[in-house]
Design a protein around this ligand. Structure first.
Ligand SMILES: [Zn+2]
Length: 159
């Protein structure tokens, strides 16, 4: 099985963040030697890669937090309860969901310790700390909820 971290991911939220700054037309997404050309509008994601083209509708909903969120409607329909997602993958010449692409998280495939350590370092860096320091204070300009989420995640990794 392929590892999800190495997969060619088309992430709606990452693309949206990029589009805010650079615009949603002709976004080039790369993964190794492969390239995809992405057009993003509020209700459609179009992906062109290796001579193929996929158009994925985006639905929006408003959760209780009040922020409007977007989800892509999967090109597949193997599970009605999971018909929407935020990330699709270019695998085997198709734009697919994680399940259809047969991707697994590396935590399920060994190298678990390394992955956890890398994650821990990354989270600590977001708090402006070195990996050997203990998070004490919330960095300026970080949301309290983000800070708590990071602390929670760190506590989970330490277990
Ligand atoms: Zn699928």
């Amino acid at each position: 099985m392929a590892i999800i971290e190495n997969a060619f991911r088309i992430s709606l939220y990452a693309l949206r963040r990029y589009a805010v700054v650079h615009g949603g037309r002709g976004i080039v997404v790369r993964c190794g030697e492969e390239t995809a050309l992405v057009d993003l509008t509020p209700d459609m994601l179009t992906v062109k890669s290796a001579g193929k083209i996929w158009s994925v509708p985006i639905v929006t909903y408003e959760p209780k937090t009040g922020l409007v969120k977007g989800l892509m409607i999967k090109p597949c329909a193997h599970d009605v309860r999971e018909k929407n997602c935020t990330t699709l993958y270019l695998a085997a010449g198709k734009l697919q969901c994680r399940k259809c692409a047969g991707l697994i998280h590396s935590s399920n495939s060994g190298h678990e310790k390394q992955r956890i350590e890398a994650k821990r370092c990354k989270l600590l860096q977001r708090l402006g700390l070195n990996p050997w320091e203990t998070p004490a204070r919330r960095p300026a300009r970080m949301w309290r909820s983000t800070y708590l989420a990071i602390l929670n995640e760190l506590a989970g990794l330490a277990r």
